[in-house]
Write a protein that binds this ligand. Structure first.
Ligand code: FES
Length: 96
């Protein structure tokens, strides 16, 4: 179940990316966080309680939206523009 439901940029060109190996699609102008949350409810679980997290500040300040790419790079999803071919691996994907 996605956290976000797209109401804007529906007409923008699509950008393909993968999320835990699953083919997904965002739109030109999306941040990585927007693209991910258009497909799932959270980007990670907190280290303290295990509760799902989906970003907080949306402006690169809170560190709540760190994600890992398949090549091991760690990014703040809220300040990273979605790019064609990105391959995101979540905690859930690493555990599978
Ligand atoms: S949501 Fe706060 S740094 Fe990304």
């Amino acid at each position: 179940m996605p956290l976000l439901h797209r109401i804007v940029r529906k007409e923008h060109p699509p950008i393909a990316f993968t999320l835990d190996g699953r083919a997904c699609e965002g739109r030109v102008g999306d941040t990585l966080l927007t693209a991910i949350l258009s497909h799932v409810e959270a980007v990670r679980a907190t280290e303290f309680s295990g509760q799902p997290r989906a970003g907080f500040c949306q402006m690169g300040a809170c560190q709540d939206c760190w994600v890992t790419l398949a090549d091991g790079a760690r990014l703040r999803a809220c300040t990273t523009p979605l790019a064609d071919g990105m391959s995101v691996v979540t905690q859930a994907g690493r555990a599978a």
